[in-house]
Design a protein around this ligand. Structure first.
Ligand code: SF4
Ligand code: SF4
Length: 630
């Protein structure tokens, strides 16, 4: 059985010349297949996740080898190895994933690659599903590697192939940057022919060194800069960069990526025929093209997301060669510094620069204030039961002010009411490292929460550190079998039955025990009594204690129950309900609500987990199962 139902077969079957209406990430996956990628690797992360889902599903049929790696660093190392064996490799991740992989990037830009290698970063301006909106185009400058920025699904597919070509020509990894809007927009895409991947890689001992020792790296650095200089003069610059509109306009615009789409909308809305230089490769800046552009305009506005990266390059060039040209953008405050480019804010900015009047669209505003709908854990989510048990244990042990150190995953939602069990949350794997740090700095009890995938990703070294430093803390590993938040992708602990082509899975409990931790309990969070007992014991410990709350993701369970023909629902018996509201206030399953002073359960939402029927949640035993099933 696979985790995904195949919805992607059409991507493989599309013929050259055929038009398909594709999501940006679908176009990227098709681009990888058309390019003849032999090895693709990733750690899932929104907004890049669909690319991995697609290649996991249809990669083998396309003839490529695909890997969900344990983290982004390993994914990049794995793709690099394939490149050294002469194969075409593709590694992709969300923007913060590149922080994890940056150690590799900074060295492989120096050593160079052998087979073509493209690194996709999917950035998240405005932070729709991320902890920051870092602009990963900085990495291209930082590492001195080429940077490609598509603006729509067609370009995403076609530019990806060009990125491989550039990589091949100069033996350099190339960064391919999308943003949430590009990855998740839909558009018509004309397909091209598929290149069957070459899979017989071999690492040749041909005297070329990939050993990043100082003596070699010293030499690599100059070679790297020469490669970038050559790329700037290459022919494909004409295909990736284009100028449109009136070349004699008083003001000219330079833009890239999604910011270009917004700029185009605003210019079209106001029927402004001005020259726009749309850049598809922004590192190295195509200096010749930009220089020509600057020579035609007295005022130039740069529109980009997120940081003023093109703008600072254009300003430097203008200062050197065209001091009379006024450059506007984020650096002079003409355009806001933060968040994605919205049509309204860009319209306001351009109105000031170009001197036109703005009439914003009327946005529908409801007469009544809509209720706030904070993100919630799903009905039946095992994490809710774990958070409930932890809170109860803390209360029963009369612990004053425990520190809750949380991590990246669905369980980050423990931050919200009624649990409030996230005081700190930074990046993947940080809950254990930060938690251990607190044990050195305070006498407060520390409880770290981490998911199974995050544990494998980067929690293990932090746990070793905690053991090595004899930190007194409880680590709760919330193991729901999959990388749930990004779409339930498999991780090293995922049961074999839920994966494609895997023959074994790793036991988190065995790993934890192998570190010398003695206080280890694996519990079923649906069993509140057992979970509460284990957490209380763990909180009484002197060193590192670990509780593994193991229960499959509620969505997986739901799918499984349906397949097996089970339907379990719970209901409230009104005569037994005392209206104490412990269930809604302290457990807060979204299937529970209050109507006419009594609690009811929505049978559509109820997942049948039965946790609310346990006396810790409903002390009056007013919640019972509908069916005869246990
Ligand atoms: S059994 Fe109770 S806790 Fe579980 S999903 Fe249904 S209402 Fe929610
Ligand atoms: S906890 Fe039980 S008794 Fe109290 S309101 Fe909920 S269903 Fe009624």
């Amino acid at each position: 059985m696979r985790l995904y139902m195949s919805a992607y077969q059409g991507l493989l079957k599309g013929k050259p010349g055929e038009k398909m209406f594709l999501l940006g990430n679908e176009a990227i996956a098709r681009g990888a297949i058309e390019a003849g990628v032999a090895v693709a690797t990733t750690y899932p992360g929104t907004p890049s996740s669909e690319v991995g889902d697609i290649l996991y599903e249809i990669g083998a049929e396309a003839g490529l080898k695909f890997e969900f790696s344990v983290n982004e660093k390993v994914a990049m190392e794995s793709a690099f190895a394939a490149s050294l064996a002469g194969l075409k490799s593709f590694v992709f991740m969300k923007h913060v994933g590149l922080n994890v992989a940056s150690d590799v990037l900074m060295s492989i830009s120096y050593t160079g690659v052998r087979g073509p290698m493209v690194i996709m970063t999917a950035d998240d301006p405005s932070m729709f599903s991320s902890q920051n909106e870092q602009d990963n185009r900085h990495y291209a400058h930082f590492a001195h590697v080429p940077l490609i920025e598509p603006s729509n699904p067609q370009e995403a597919k076609d530019f990806l192939k060009t990125a491989f070509r550039i990589s091949e020509l100069e033996s350099l990894p190339v960064i391919f940057r999308t943003t949430t809007r590009i990855s998740h927009m839909r558009g018509n895409v004309v397909l091209s022919a598929v290149e069957r991947p070459e899979l017989n890689g071999k690492f040749p001992k041909d005297g070329r060194s990939f050993v990043a020792l100082p003596s070699n790296s010293y030499r690599f650095k100059d070679e790297l800069l020469s490669k970038m200089k050559r790329i700037e003069g290459m022919d494909f610059n004409k295909a990736l960069n284009r100028s449109e509109g009136d070349r004699l306009s008083r003001v000219g615009f330079i833009s890239s990526g999604e910011a270009y789409n917004v700029l185009r909308d605003v210019l079209d809305k106001h029927q402004l025929d001005v020259e726009v230089l749309k850049l598809g490769i922004t590192n190295p800046l195509p200096e010749g093209i930009v220089r020509e552009f600057l020579s035609r305009h007295g005022n130039v506005v740069v529109v980009e997301e997120v940081d003023p990266i093109i703008e600072s390059d254009v300003r430097a060039l203008a200062d050197l060669k065209f001091p009379e040209v006024a450059v506007h953008g984020k650096m002079d405050g003409a355009i806001p510094m933060s968040y994605e480019t919205s049509p309204d804010t860009l319209e306001d900015s351009l109105a000031l620069i170009l001197g036109f009047e703005v009439k914003h669209r009327q946005i529908y505003s409801p007469k009544e204030e809509l209720p706030i709908r904070p993100p919630v854990l799903c009905a039946g989510c095992p994490h809710r039961a774990t958070y409930f048990a932890v809170k109860r244990a803390v209360r029963m042990l009369k612990l004053d002010d425990p520190i809750y150190s949380s991590d990246i995953g669905c369980y980050s939602l423990g931050n919200y009411e009624p649990f409030n069990e996230a005081d700190i949350m930074l990046e993947m794997g940080s809950s254990v490292g930060v938690g251990s740090g607190f044990t050195k700095a305070t006498g407060q009890r520390v409880i770290s929460f981490i998911g199974d995938s995050t544990f494998f990703h980067s929690g293990i070294p932090a746990l070793i550190n905690a053991v090595n430093n004899n930190s007194r803390m409880l680590v709760v590993i919330m193991d729901n079998d999959v990388t749930a938040m990004t779409g339930r992708q498999p991780n090293p602990g995922t049961p074999v039955s839920l994966t494609t082509g895997r023959s074994r899975n790793l036991s988190i409990e065995n790993i934890v025990r192998s570190l010398g931790i003695e206080s280890v309990r694996t519990v079923d969070p649906y069993n509140l009594k057992e979970t509460l007992g284990a957490i209380m014991d763990g909180l009484k410990g002197d060193g590192v204690s670990v509780v593994i709350a193991k229960r499959e993701c509620a969505i997986l369970r739901d799918n499984r129950m349906k397949r097996e023909g089970h339907e379990v629902k719970y209901h409230v018996i009104p005569e037994k309900c005392s209206s104490c509201f412990n269930c809604v206030e302290n457990f807060a399953c979204p299937a529970l609500s209050v109507s006419d002073g009594k609690v009811t359960i929505d049978p559509i939402l109820c997942d049948g987990c039965g946790v609310c029927s346990q006396p810790y949640v409903c002390p009056f035993r007013a919640i019972e199962v509908d069916s005869n099933e246990n």
